[in-house]
Design a protein. Sequence first.
Length: 108
Amino acid sequence: MPISNRTDRTIYEIGRMHIAMGLGSGLFIVWGIPLLASAMGLADGGALDWIVLPLLLIWVIAFGVRSLLIACPRCGKSIFMRGMWSVFWPAKTCSRCGLDLTTAALRK
């Protein structure tokens, strides 16, 4: 079976991948960096806060903006928006136009 290209992924799959990457990188920032620093003996003195907190702020902004940019190809509404609220998991159908996002591909 051939490896799929990025262009044949559905909008819903892209949204799920975005959430998986966000969770993985967030867990690494919150847990991985402090564990690595303490294993190497660099966690003393509170300097680790000056590394983790800015990274966490950048992470929140980057993944928040990116989640708003993953949108329905028909109407342009973010697949993470339900009404006026942004939610954690992508919608399978667009809440504005009703397009099935599990079969819809990106616009080229």
